[in-house]
Design a protein. Structure first.
Length: 550
């Protein structure tokens, strides 16, 4: 003790540091989700299903995470043989992320199982789920963050038939790592009590069970529908549904894979969907055509019929219109977005995301519109043909949740259009008159040329030039006013002319500055667009005035 006092004597900062090091872990320990035994749960959630819940990561204080999580199960089968397996393994996938940025709301986690049956795992604070089976290799997936800076998962284990009616003892083997510069040992075990669950025996008559359809992230355009039947003597099975044409469709199921997912077109309705099976019960009786409860499956409403129409306004805006099919069928995601990309050249490498349009499922909504008003600042001079024409402008739209499907034309339609005669806004007319002659103020008014795709670029300058001339006509002063956005919009400016015995010459012009947009005199008409009755008349006149070909 004396030696310790000698070390600390004269070092109050060291005492404070050690006190902080002692206090911080104590308070953090009370809050860490990875240490709370109540966060490790196993419970019966149906006649043939076990619900599992556990933490993964806690960002509070010094970060703590599961580096080696194992849930083990022990039981005896009907013959009295004892079995022990690792039901579920999970851990933060540190190898892929190296370190976790606390600004992120996603965490990469590894999962594996050595048990039969199937696991439907919910990916944290999200409706997203995926199916895990014994045949899968270690699966790495994204888990989404809770509002309290923690990460967790839940899993529904659909038990194999031979475990029905068994007493199962669950035990936890969990190791936690953490970051703490004051600690030497950065790993410890969490002590969680064992849990026993008695699973009900198989019912006298069993029926196929079908769970909610999910998006198949690894299979473009597909939903997977998990199903299960608590029997090991299934003789035949099929799924039946009514398609969008009203036809009843029947497809056989491979009964060698009891409990696998049925894969279906994600973009089509499947009404009155059900699984029908025939099996042999424990007494050797043949039970024919038992059915799951019918349900209308949810679908993914992908955009169709994308069109792009130039508006010819002061921003060279382009209006995008698209729709969805079968809006009366519930979407697999109530809240999502349409991701919109644009390529000014039409080339794949030039596509970039310009907008995310919210999507909220509404059975009465089937048409969507977005106006792209960001072309001007994105244009590079070399992209313009004939001086002022984008001839390969291309858009594409997809549902954000289908990102893993890529930009397949079927699920992300494209539209191409020509935006011609893009040029900087011109001054058509301007005038100057006294605003208040006694105050020596003058008002300059102007009008812009009303031309198709006459645009304003913030990199350009609208300049009001005032030159002072003496009686001999010599320049004795020059003043340039760079007009701001409000002045450009209101189309007038009041200026002070305080010098006497001079003449004032007012001139207005557009200075391109660093703009990539050409001036009117620099463009050549790419084609002659016919948009109204006056355009038809102009087109007629041009044809009449055209010189003969020979």
């Amino acid at each position: 003790m004396k030696q310790q006092r000698d070390i600390l004597r004269g070092r109050p900062w060291l005492m404070l540091l050690l006190l902080f090091a002692w206090l911080l872990p104590q308070e953090a320990l009370a809050d860490r989700s990875v240490d709370k035994t109540m966060n490790y749960q196993v419970m019966l959630s149906g006649s043939n299903s076990i619900r599992i819940k556990a933490p993964i990561y806690d960002e509070k204080w010094d970060d703590h995470w599961i580096s080696n999580g194992n849930l083990n199960a022990t039981w005896k089968d009907k013959n009295g043989t004892s079995h022990t397996v690792t039901v579920l393994y999970w851990a933060w996938n540190k190898d892929s992320e190296k370190s976790h940025d606390n600004d992120k709301s996603e965490l990469t986690t590894r999962f594996r199982t050595d048990a039969d049956g199937s696991f439907l795992i919910t990916k944290g604070n999200s409706p997203s789920q995926f199916t895990l089976t014994k045949g899968d290799n270690q699966v790495s997936t994204t888990i989404y963050e809770n509002s309290d800076e923690t990460y967790e998962f839940s899993a529904d284990w659909r038990l194999p038939y031979d475990m029905l009616g068994c007493d199962i003892e669950f035990s936890w083997d969990v190791k936690v790592d953490y970051t703490n510069g004051l600690a030497w040992d950065t790993q410890y075990a969490v002590s969680v009590s064992k849990t026993s669950v008695t699973v009900p025996p198989a019912a006298a008559t069993v029926y196929p069970q079908v769970t909610m359809a999910m998006l198949a992230y690894n299979s473009p355009g597909v939903i997977e529908v998990p199903w299960f039947m608590a029997s090991d003597k299934i003789k035949s099975a099929k799924y039946v549904y009514v398609d969008y044409k009203g036809n009843t469709i029947e497809e056989k199921i491979d009964i060698q894979k009891n409990g696998t997912s049925i894969l279906l077109d994600a973009t089509q309705p499947h009404k009155n969907f059900r699984v029908i099976a025939s099996y042999e019960d424990g007494q050797g009786n043949y039970i024919d055509n038992v059915s799951s409860d019918p349900q209308d499956l949810k679908m993914v409403h992908v955009p169709v019929g994308l069109s792009a129409r130039p508006l010819g306004d002061k921003k060279a805006s382009v209006q995008l219109d698209w729709s969805i099919m079968y809006p009366e069928v519930e979407d697999i995601s109530s809240y999502d977005a349409f991701e919109i990309q644009r390529s000014l050249t039409g080339k794949e490498e030039d596509f970039e995301t310009i907008h995310s349009e919210p999507y909220v499922y509404d059975p009465n909504e089937s048409s969507y519109t977005f106006i792209d008003s960001t072309l001007v600042e994105a244009i590079v001079r070399q992209q313009l043909k004939q001086g002022g024409t984008l001839d390969s402008l291309t858009y594409r739209v997809r549902r954000s949740m289908t990102e893993s499907w890529g930009w397949n034309h079927v699920y992300a339609p494209r539209a191409r259009c020509v935006v011609d005669d893009i040029h900087l806004l011109r001054i058509a007319t301007y005038s100057a008159k006294w605003e208040d002659e006694r105050a020596f103020t003058a008002r300059v008014d102007w009008e812009y040329a009303n031309e198709y795709n006459s645009v304003w670029d913030e990199r350009a300058k609208l300049t009001l030039n005032v030159t002072q001339l003496n009686q001999a006509g010599d320049t004795v002063g020059v003043q340039d006013y760079i007009l701001n956005a409000q002045e450009r919009e209101q189309r007038y400016k009041v200026i002070e002319l305080s010098r006497t015995c001079v003449n004032y010459k007012v001139k207005m012009f557009v200075d391109r500055g660093t703009s990539e947009i050409p001036l009117w005199e620099e463009i050549t008409p790419f084609w002659f667009p016919i948009r109204n009755a006056d355009d038809w008349k102009e087109f007629r006149n041009r044809v009449r005035e055209r010189p003969p070909l020979c």
